[in-house]
Design a binder for this molecule. Structure first.
Ligand code: ZN
Length: 170
């Protein structure tokens, strides 16, 4: 697969509700591998399929902090099934909104159900950074972005900046 480009706002695909993946096959695995490659290169800790222009429910993640200990996760049709009452704040960034950081409070621990790259049903309990990263990526599948946690005023300023940038680049 040729190298995948990461799409930035205000591309409308980032706002679409992504459709479920129907079959976990070689094409999907190739897409997941390409997404992991793009994510590592960026570098980032998570990427959702809509960010490479594919409006399907697929995310990849790796929150390990050492280059030599890669722990890639591929989640197909992820669904968050439990959320803790305890919440935690992280400063989040997004590869689709370069140079913007937003402090976001989310449930500190979650359980996520998904299909792995072999198409097998898995359930994973996650906390800390991994829990936040999964919630961030699942938000992408629902067209939700970190700037949606800001006030409307702040959000509009950022969107306007990226729109202007997109026009300049065009
Ligand atoms: Zn993101």
């Amino acid at each position: 697969m040729s190298k995948l480009d990461i799409i930035t706002i205000p591309d409308p695909i980032l706002r679409k509700l992504a459709l479920p993946v129907e079959r976990v096959d070689d094409d999907l695995r190739r897409l997941a591998d390409g997404m992991l490659e793009a994510m590592y290169e960026a570098p980032g800790i998570g990427l959702a399929a809509p960010q490479v222009g594919v409006s399907r429910r697929l995310i990849v993640l790796d929150v390990s902090d050492k280059e030599d200990e890669k722990k890639p996760l591929v989640m197909v049709n992820p669904e968050i099934v439990t959320r803790s009452d305890e919440r935690r704040i992280y400063e989040e960034g997004c590869l689709s909104i370069p140079d913007v950081k937003v402090e976001i409070e989310r449930p500190a621990a979650i359980t996520v159900r998904y299909l792995d790259r072999e198409g097998l049903q898995q359930e994973l309990s996650a906390e800390a950074l991994l829990a936040t990263a999964i919630q961030h990526e699942v938000d992408h599948l629902d067209g939700r972005l970190i700037i949606d946690f800001l006030t409307r005023l702040k959000r509009d300023i950022i969107i306007r900046r990226f729109r202007k940038q997109a026009r300049t680049d065009a």
